[in-house]
Write a protein that binds this ligand. Structure first.
Ligand SMILES: [Zn+2]
Ligand SMILES: [Zn+2]
Length: 392
């Protein structure tokens, strides 16, 4: 892939990415990662680094000229608790920890943008390079915001990238509105009356009630969500205190829901509660239902998408940019930032060939594709120069 970046920066991008890949750290434990990033950022002319925001979060600020505009570029720092199975030279040194989601590449692209903008300028205003901890559990963005991220380091807009295997290397996929779903978890705790398996007539069997609830929950998407909208309701765990010949007294059903809008999310929660409580009452059992918001939906602001699409097209051409990409039912912690300030999250293709970017995310033999590092950096640099233009 051709690039306008210097060969020195391109070499640095690879070696930074390989260092980060070799030294993965789990959520909220990204101390070495933050120190490594800060060490490089501090060598760039005019970059001010502040660490310890929301735990291990890091913000680097670069100002040129006197423009009032402020743009945030965000990357995620954490890895997954997986044992790496790849056979490349930069394989993880931390057993049981691995950059299987490409956050090593995301950090490198934002770091590269900082290096290119610090060296080359070409903008008038302020850029904040934001490195968040704990994306995978969906906790790090909230931790940074609650720690005063945007009070201390305000931004007008925020942008981010996630690599996507199965999309051609360096192509961009984005859309206005919801790009990634919310994730909520529910737990239904059903209490009946347990006892001898041979005497059901004197008991209230919570397992039979639970079975009815699991089937009835599948009517929520089919019968309560408007057909034009999307949602998923999945029961994922059933736990009982019964044994081979004893009917349980308690059954716990856990599950996971996905949706793109607050309205659909509200319907999911209301119907899950209604079905569980109604069926329990009908059978003489009782229940408590907890419903926890894990991830916000990632909703892209139209004005931010327009600027992002323009930047992407100017780097890879119109054939490499899909501005009406299908939304994805996965979830992203970027959604928390995009609720606070207008933002745009986009996917950058990691490649289609197995072993060369096409291996799915969260696989033990996944690896970020080094060939797209320069594309991501050029996208960020182009975006900053178009949003914070130097007046002539
Ligand atoms: Zn992930
Ligand atoms: Zn990820």
């Amino acid at each position: 892939m051709e690039t306008t970046l210097t060969s020195e920066l391109c070499e640095n991008l690879r070696s930074w990415r390989h260092h980060l890949h070799r030294n993965p750290e789990l959520p909220f434990q990204e101390h070495g990662t933050a120190a490594y990033l800060a060490g490089i950022l501090e060598t760039l002319g005019g970059v001010e680094v502040t660490g310890g925001i929301g735990g291990t979060g890091l913000v680097a600020t670069l100002t040129r000229g006197s423009g009032a505009g402020v743009i945030g570029l965000r990357a995620d720092m954490d890895c997954l608790p997986l044992a790496e199975a790849g056979d490349h030279a930069h394989i993880s040194r931390n057993g049981g920890a691995m950059h299987a989601c490409g956050h090593d590449g995301h950090m490198t692209m934002v770091l590269g943008a900082a290096a290119a903008l610090a060296a080359g300028g070409g903008f008038d205003g302020t850029v904040r390079f934001i490195f968040q901890p704990a994306e995978e559990p969906g906790r790090g963005a909230r931790a940074m915001v609650d720690d005063g991220l945007f009070d201390t380091f305000p931004v007008d807009r925020i942008y981010g990238l996630h690599n996507l295997p199965s999309v051609p290397a360096g192509h961009f996929h984005l859309r206005e509105g919801a790009l990634l779903a919310s994730e909520d978890n529910f737990e239904i705790r059903i209490r009946g009356r347990g006892g001898h398996a041979s005497m059901p007539e004197v008991l209230v069997d919570p397992l039979v009630v639970g079975a009815e609830i699991i089937l009835a929950l599948q009517t929520v998407v089919a019968r309560n969500i408007p057909p034009s909208q999307s949602a998923v309701v999945s029961c994922t765990e059933v736990v009982t205190d019964g044994s081979r010949n004893a009917i349980p007294s308690e059954v716990i059903i856990r599950g996971d829901t996905r949706s793109y809008t607050p309205e659909v999310r509200e319907i999911l929660e209301r119907r899950i509660r209604g079905i569980a409580e109604g069926l329990c009452a009908g059978y003489g059992a009782s229940c408590t239902v907890s419903y926890i918001h894990e991830f916000e939906p990632t909703v892209n602001h139209p004005g931010c998408v327009e600027a992002a699409a323009r930047a992407a097209i100017s780097v890879v051409g119109p054939d490499g940019v899909n501005t009406t990409a299908d939304p994805v039912m996965g979830s992203e912690d970027f959604g928390v930032f995009a609720r606070e300030v207008p933002g745009c999250f986009a996917f950058i293709g990691n490649g289609t060939e197995p072993g060369k970017g096409g291996t799915p995310l969260h696989s033990s033999d996944y690896d970020f594709n080094d060939d797209i590092l320069a594309v991501g950096v050029e996208y960020y640099v182009t975006l900053i120069r178009s949003l914070l233009p130097v007046s002539t």
